[in-house]
Design a protein around this ligand. Sequence first.
Ligand SMILES: [Zn+2]
Length: 423
Amino acid sequence: MKPNIYYAHQDVVPVDNSTLDEWEYPPFSGYYDGTYVWGRGSLDDKHMIVGMLQSVEYILENEPDFQPNRTLLLAFGADEEISGNYGSAYISEVLYERYGQNGIYSFIDEGGNAVANLNGVWIASPATGEKGFMNLEVTIDYAGGHSSVPPDHTSIGIAAMMINAIEEQLFPPMFTPANPVTEYFQCMAEYSEVLPATLKSDFANAYKSSISNKRVIDYLTKLGGKTFEYLLRTSQAVDVINGGIKANALPESTNFVVNTRIAVESTVNATLTKITANVAEVAQLLNLSLFIDGTRVTNGTTSGRVSINTITTLEPAPVSPENAVWDQFAGTIKSYFEDVAFPGSTNYTDVDLVIAPSIMNANTDSRHYWNLTSNIYRFQPSFMNAKLVANIHSADEHFDADNLMHIFGFFYDYLHVLSSQEE
Ligand SMILES: [Zn+2]
């Protein structure tokens, strides 16, 4: 039988020394105050490592007759926060040599998607997809000289025009069956008792009617702000700019970096085409030559030159199918939370937990494992606490022990489900 993988990353983002005063307890103390564990990594991603290891340790200690039918692999990367090129890249290579293409049963990784309540519906939403990614740099080389006789636009001014063109045209929001998160929202609408009937019908008809589709997008954008909006569209952010050295010298070269997170429905190429069109529009207006990744695309009549260079690219992740492996994973979430977590940790009994797929706006190390399995689930088996989530990668990161126990409990259950499975 194919083995399955519990995956987490050991590394954390650094602590900014200037924020040390803002920590309730020192960031590397791991202090437990009886309710919370405090420290960098407590919610990204040490809690997952601890829960996974604890589930195994508990079985080793207490269940001497345990004989798994299916092997469990524990894989812990060491540089997820900087792309996993030295950790997961090598782990996956070893696993590929050992098990081959699609040789792994399922891969469970961190995910921002814990159990939450939306419009009165309790939903667990493992991410079965992930947006793509592209960083590109635009460089404008233009006339230098003394600033007392400048051209109408300096290279900095041209960069500003280009950035304006990029920001004036946002990527379109989409609500299509290709994006797993639309199923999550449709499930919410179907089970919600507080949503108006008209909106429920808009959700149900969103793939068929363009009017319903637009109303659904408008509603979600209003409800969840940018967080929901960017589950549905490609994002673009100009994050770095460099140009100019002196007040009396014209800037001969200016460059800026655009970071995009690519919608599940889109591609690196389509994203590059849109940004290129925005830049080319300005280049054409000012008669500048345009180069993309070193290749001349248009000839300008002036000596100015614009170069677009892609720095890093990643296509959106393949979406994990809703097959028998998914049903089994979803079923384990449902039974653990309904039978153990809700009665133990909340006042809600008799909850009918809905399980629906979702996506991640950011990327995890799971990108290194695409060729090992199509069953990749990014999920944090705990209750969502927006206040705690706000401290990830920031000062005062902490996590509650109650939820830590749910991570342990879920991984214990899933291990038993997989281990007792007959072929
Ligand atoms: Zn993480």
